[in-house]
Design a protein around this ligand. Structure first.
Ligand SMILES: [Zn+2]
Length: 419
């Protein structure tokens, strides 16, 4: 293995990634444990000590599992790249077929399957041990297996044509293949946004129209006040899998709908549901959703351009543990190396993305405060923090680095000031 500058950079960034993650996680664990014995005064009237301690234990348990998983993932990453895993799989696959496109599709498929299998122990432990221990798991092993099988079929049906088309472009479209591939990627994702709510989500969950006439009436009024053209209000049987509650918007244009988890409706009263929805409508009214989609397409363009350049550099393969083959195309290998390695290079941008997301959350909260009422949103949030065992006392540094939503106390302070 030639020890190139890329190898050194990759290894140093991966080590920095692990150190920062473990350091942040241990800060979070210490901070939460230190505040375990007292409910913060601003929450004391509404959240009991037992609940607060359960949230602390849940947070600590998830952090510990996450630390272990990060180290495990890093070992897999190094085994696949620098230790020659991908190279070995490529050689094996080449014995099955010498057809360039088939061989490369088989390579992508085998690695995807391997990564899925290697991730399974953590997924199973999280669902059937950790979530179960805190009373959140509602999933049966049968349902888990059915989800897995369906997910695999959907991934094969959608992923194979996309991968084949991108590999074909890489081989045939000349120096600007990456621009064509980006166009295809963008179209594919737009298509997903349209077909997900109507074709894919119903494979996994049952969606029934919201029947409660009083609640539906209030939601329609709210949507009208906010200028949101609504094409359906649905309840999803989220309780089949988990006790965590949620609500979301999905689809575009005529397919636009609001989906409530049944677990959320069971817990919040109509006032609180209206406030939560007003927050979600805030994301829509302030164009957060469309901005985020545009940003992701812009980032994809940058990634494809970089990949277009890297795929032609022998040191890109060698530096990440693969000898490029001379008797066939290396496009699938370039894709694999790129998508495996890129998170290591972008990890340090996490706090920027988190900060940007929290800014949007404050804005959506302000919107909800004017369209509904701050008190109702606070009351809904406190119930949701309590139900989801979300910690009320996160470590400020950990939170600033990762959290897409502001810490509970800060968020509620802002809302109370709005009131
Ligand atoms: Zn939000």
């Amino acid at each position: 293995m030639p020890l190139t500058a890329l190898t050194l950079l990759f290894v140093s960034l991966l080590l920095a990634d692990i150190c920062v993650r473990l350091w942040l996680a241990s800060r979070q664990i210490r901070h939460v444990a230190r505040h375990r014995d007292q409910v913060p005064p601003e929450f004391a009237p509404r959240i009991g000590l037992a609940s607060h301690q359960r949230a602390a234990d849940y947070t600590v348990a998830r952090m510990r599992l996450g630390m272990l998983e990060r180290v495990y993932d890093a070992v897999i990453l190094v085994a696949l790249t620098l230790l020659g895993g991908l190279q070995a799989i490529d050689l094996l696959v080449a014995q099955v077929t010498s057809h360039d496109l088939l061989r490369q599709l088989l390579l992508l498929g085998s690695v995807a399957l391997l990564l899925g299998l290697l991730g399974l122990p953590f997924t199973l432990w999280r669902q059937f041990r950790l979530e179960a221990r805190f009373g959140f798991n509602r999933m049966t092993p049968g349902l888990f297996a059915a989800d897995l099988a369906k997910g695999l079929v959907v991934a094969l049906l959608l992923g194979t044509p996309l991968a084949a088309a991108i590999l074909w472009l890489m081989a045939e479209a000349g120096a600007l293949w990456w621009l064509w591939a980006w166009g295809l990627w963008t179209l594919f994702n737009l298509l997903l946004l349209f077909i997900y709510p109507t074709f894919i989500a119903p494979l996994f969950n049952k969606f029934t129209p919201l029947t409660d006439p009083e609640l539906a009436g209030r939601i329609k009024q709210l949507a009208q006040r906010c200028g949101f053209a609504l094409n359906g209000l649905f309840v999803m049987d989220g309780s089949r899998r988990s006790a965590h509650g949620n609500a979301y918007f999905t689809g575009f244009g005529k397919a636009r709908r609001i989906v409530f988890f049944d677990t959320l409706l069971a817990r919040l009263n109509p006032d609180e549901i209206e406030a939560v929805l007003a927050h979600e409508l805030g994301h829509f009214a302030k164009r957060h959703i469309i901005k985020r989609i545009a940003l992701s397409f812009g980032a994809a363009l940058l990634f494809f351009a970089v990949l277009g350049w890297l795929a032609q550099q022998p040191w890109f393969y060698e530096g990440l543990g693969v000898l490029p083959r001379l008797d066939g195309r290396n496009d699938a290998m370039a894709l694999l190396l790129f998508f495996l390695a890129i998170p290591v290079f972008t990890f340090m941008l996490t706090p920027v993305a988190s900060w940007y997301s929290r800014r949007d959350e404050f804005e959506a909260d302000r919107y909800a405060a004017t369209q509904s009422s701050p008190d109702r949103l606070v009351s809904a949030l406190v119930k949701l923090y309590d139900d989801n065992a979300a910690t009320l006392t996160p470590d400020p540094v950990h939170s600033a680095f990762y959290d897409s939503h502001p810490p509970a106390a800060v968020r509620i302070r802002h809302l109370t000031q709005a009131a």
